[in-house]
Write a protein that binds this ligand. Structure first.
Ligand SMILES: [Zn+2]
Length: 258
């Protein structure tokens, strides 16, 4: 796991697995943890990462309901979890799905965890909307296309965008909820990216504005290609390894993965 201090009030943790990101944000004496690393050792040291930086935890946020982004409750079992209304609806519609998928993953890789995942009290947040953090306010913007649910978190005072599973420099788009919805989300993210100093995608670590803009254009081109040419769509440069080609084949088959 890597942890980088992007700012005195921002730490981004990157899981050794899938380069899944977890963003720790502070304003005044409040702190939020957005999404989560995946491996048990990484979750175990997360409270110490906050403590060493003098961050006090006030709550957890998750960008969407895919299980690999929901694990922060394993590190902070007492904390409340805030999600978009769309994500709360998905969690209600698929009770136990995240826990089941986590269990299947753990069984596959012989991973044991000290406790099972419980999501506790899930607070549904209005999106688009605002969410107070200390002396500041986060803007919540709807995302959809990768999954049916989700939100991007924009911290205007930091020019920081935490966007969930979009704009990844390491993964091609997986439009499980539809290419049109995904393209709409890219259009909504574009003005935020234009103002951002940094973007934290769900996988692949922190990127700067110019890189995020490049990924956005490449993802749009890929999705338009995918719709027109299917299998013949060309994958973005730097995202053509065997795993991304496998994900592309799933997209073509109409079964995009996680
Ligand atoms: Zn993900």
């Amino acid at each position: 796991m890597r942890a980088i201090a992007l700012h005195e009030d921002v730490i981004v943790v990157e899981s050794a697995l899938w380069r899944t990101t977890c963003t720790i944000l502070r304003s005044g004496d409040e702190g939020f943890v957005i999404d989560s690393p995946v491996l048990p050792e990484e979750l175990e040291i997360l409270p110490a990462v906050l403590e060493q930086s003098g961050f006090r935890l006030s709550g957890l946020l998750a960008t969407h309901a895919d299980w690999d982004h929901l694990l922060a409750r394993l590190a902070f079992p007492g904390a409340a979890l805030g999600v978009a209304e769309t994500t709360a609806a998905r969690l209600r519609a698929e009770p136990g799905a995240a826990q089941r998928e986590l269990r299947e993953f753990d069984e596959r890789f012989y991973i044991s965890r000290p406790a099972p995942l419980s999501l506790g009290s899930v607070e549904a947040l209005a999106v688009p909307g605002y969410c107070g953090l200390g002396e500041n306010e986060l803007e919540l913007h709807p995302t959809g296309g990768h999954t049916v649910d989700g939100m991007a978190v924009w911290a205007p005072w930091l020019s920081l965008l935490v966007c969930g599973d979009y704009l990844s420099p390491v993964e091609i788009p997986t439009p499980a909820a539809g290419i049109d919805l995904y393209l709409d989300t890219l259009t909504r993210l574009e003005p935020l990216v234009a103002e951002a100093s940094h973007v934290v995608p769900g996988h692949g670590g922190v990127i700067e504005r110019e890189k995020a803009r490049k990924v956005l254009y490449e993802d749009r081109a890929y999705l338009e290609d995918l719709r027109r040419d299917g299998e013949g769509a060309s994958l973005p440069a730097g995202r053509r390894d065997s795993e991304q080609r496998r994900r592309h084949a799933e997209n073509v088959a109409g079964r995009p993965g996680r």
